[in-house]
Design a protein. Sequence first.
Length: 1010
Amino acid sequence: MAREIPTIYDSTAVEAEAAKLWADGHYFHADETSEAPKGTYAIVIPPPNVTAALHLGHALNNTLQDVLIRWRRMQGAETLWMPGTDHAGIATQTVVEKRLLAEQGKRRTDFQRDEFVGHVQSWKDEYEACILGQLQSMGCSCDWDRVRFTMDETCAKAVRTNFFNLFKDGLIYRGKRLVNWDPATQTVLADDEVEHQNVQGFFWYFQYPLETPVEIDGQTVDHVTVATTRPETMLGDTAVAMNPSDPRAKALVGQKVRLPIVGRLIPIVADEHVVLPNPESDDDKAKFSTGFLKVTPAHDPDDWQIGLRHDLEVINVMAPDGSISDKHGWEDATAPEAQNLLGMDRFEAREAIVDWFRTEKLLEEVRDYAHEVGHSYRSHVPIEPYLSDQWYIAVKKPIDHLAEKFGTEILEGTDVPANSLAGLALKPLLEGRLKFYPERYTKNYQLWLENLRDWPISRQLWWGHQIPVWTLDMQCPSEGDLTLVEEDEYPEPVISEMQEVAEEQETTGVFNFGNHAHFQLPHSEKEGWIRIYKCVDAGNQEYEKKLEEQGWVRDDDVLDTWFSSALWPFSTMGWPDENDTLKKFYPTQVLCTAREIITLWVSRMVMMGQYCVGEIPYSDVYIHAMIQDGQGRKMSKSLGNGIDPLVAIDSHGADAMRFTLANMTTDTQDVRMPVAEIELPDGRKVNSSPKFDNGRNFCNKLWNASRFAMLNLEGTDPNAFDAAKLDITDKWILSRLAKTIDAVTEGLEAYKYNEPLNEIYKFFWNDFCDWYLEWSKPRMQDDAQKATAQNVLAFVLDQVLRLLHPFVPFITEGIFQNLNAIAPNRGLNGIMELTAGKSIMISPWPESISGQIDAQVEADIEVVQSVIRSIREVRSQYNIPPSKKVPASASASEAMCGLLNTNSALIGQLAGVAPFEIAAGLEKPDNAAAVVAGEVQVYVHDVIDPDEERKRLQKQKEFVEKGIRPLEGKLSNENFVSRAKPEVVEQSRAKLKELQEQLAAIEKHLAELG
RNA sequence: GGGCGCUUAGCUCAGUUGGCUAGAGCACCUGCCUUACAAGCAGGGGGUCGGGGGUUCAAGUCCCUCAGCGCCCACCA
């Protein structure tokens, strides 16, 4: 007995039932011992940050992944969708710091490290649960038995192992570099955590007096003028640089200037980096340049490089909070003018210094200048380049033991060796083994790797993977023999070789032993001492304890979040341990993510996948659009324009949300999602989007079509089906379905979403509902036809559900269950055997039935439809109520009349005509409206309004003439006839003929009206 | 500064390799509660595809150029 089915689709109930069915069946679980004939299909989720709940971008990202996973699962592959979350170092720590400040009035430094990490941990627990719940609500068929977290034990082991291996291979080194310092939060920021903002600022032109005036072209020159946007940094200037090709260089290079305020004597050096002045240039640097560049190695990355080239002194004049200070490396702040500046904030100091130059008449000029300034994405203050010691990964250094596997050549057009980390990521792309969809993103990835710089991986944070390196300062055993330190203690060296790992600070080598590796730096702050860095492999806690007892100190810093994310495709599968999951599912098939992390994440996973496992982690990378609000702005908390997927699920249903998101997914790079406040049934006012109405309407339509099926499929007997009894509408719908199945499968193969979904939409709504179901109604009341109609209806609906399931899993499952109850066997004898599982999600994907494609049937039905539309047009024009039957007749060629007569019942039913006479040569009765439907003249009787008639025919005439004109033009153009493809010319001729015949008919009718 | 993308109906967007009178959804107008569906049905109005130039028998679709918008990357003299 069919259940009572409401006319409005109730997503809440259906979603809950389907979710329970799936969980009970354990269908999401990936079996690593499976021998599925279609092989495996795996995706690792881009782990959402545990900073906050998921937003609509995640909903899109995960919908697309679920579509692929569900589709492949139905195709018979053993699928694994690996779920999990990312600890997101700085971002999470920052939100927790904010919460603690707000709730307890305490700063991070008010806690012990363990205590603070505990607070972050509980934040993580809260949001991880929330995120996983959101994913489940969306219907994501992740393997929930395998949920990972980038800091869980499994992932942590992978991180430790990889760090150790990199260290052992001499790829990790200690470097002094300028980092992006956020003086407000007093942390280092990664490059990607710096936002560039256009700032309206100034160029100040300062005169620096020469120690000794020089003669240039007969003129006495007693100063040089430098231009700067950051006057406060001049306190740390240790040189003035000029281009060697500058005509003045000969006289000036080697001279000294006395730095104002400080009184320091600094050299003038020659460096190609300096841009020659050229007021006419389009290049801002040349336009504003004086030819002299103040060099502040401690406070500017460019200057740092210049400093390295000329061995300049590095003087840091700021404290970590951005104030001017003589406590962090500035030793000659003795002049009273300099003393005055100490303690000032950097921007205060800027003004004070400019004032000083003005007062001293050394300020030559001030010019407006708009430029990009890096800001902290957290505190939004300008970042300060700041000198500090950091851990780095050498990305272009050849890795000897990978030479055989990956080659040693320098990749063409780059300076990247194939067996360097950058090479490992770049080569598969160049060889076409790694593909981006859409293709244009390939370039992003390639350019980034070609210009890659060493990767700074340490972060001055508490939340993250603590760097597994212990340090000990010890007195040099003897000068010039640094390498013997402690070696006796570790009797069985595995490898021992000298490696230069850093340009600036040469280490004495990397020494590898059983469970640890170390290198040592010859220099130490303490004279006669050296510093030893020892990295300990995973699983050696006892050894670590021993080290600490001996006075070794573990590095406080943690690793960049991306270091652990880079391992995600295999750390989640238990690497480095050998196991079946890894063997079975690595490499995965595709990564589905947003373009903003192509470089940060995608490339690093490829790099580390190659380095650790020896294979790229996926062959395809699908990049989807970014979701913006109705005004084209990024969705963000601060703008209040975000949409919570759970809210969308409440307002429209999970399937509706998924449908809309997939439907918007084309190759475009941004999509807009208008945001509107709506009121939920429970009274909550929330942000959602009217765009989800599309999806909701579709689900409702689907629901009601199935409702119709439920009312008509009672007693469906598969044995009563006989392919010979199919009528034209059956053949037509099967032909349409056959085309749809192929289009959907092909579309998904090509990572299209909107296209296949649209194909099903049109088939389901426009063909199946609008025509087939309507035509099936009388057949359902006719015992002679009922069995055939029932079987076809059940079959087509079943196939529609399966095609839709990856997109809208809940509702299709709900209907599938109903269908299983009422018509369990839905195959069509002689056409297609169908097996249905307990759940649609494990039922086979529709196979191609291209043998059912029937062009003649489709053409015939098109004629029938056009006649019906013509009659409906007249009915609508004369406001004839649907319930009223009107008499009509039609005339056409003998052949066409035969077709129409055969199918007159179809026309009569959906056009509301009766009686309906069809014959060649029939004349238009008086008081009938005439419509030209292709080759057919249709007369709707008893309609009396000559004026209306004239109007309509006139309109149709214009329409046809509009079609004739360009065709005539083309065909009278000899070039077209001779040069265009013959079939195009033929097509045009046929079309023209048809239109001319229509025109003649219309004109005849018009003439008859008088 | 480098790279990428967008500009098609009132709104949000499709338009594959250039080729039938440029499409969809929403909104709008008219008529319908027709026994699955008013979150629906039937019918209808509305764009010459940002501006300009070029290639071609033929351009929304290729090339050049101008304008506007957006994103990513980049060491802020």
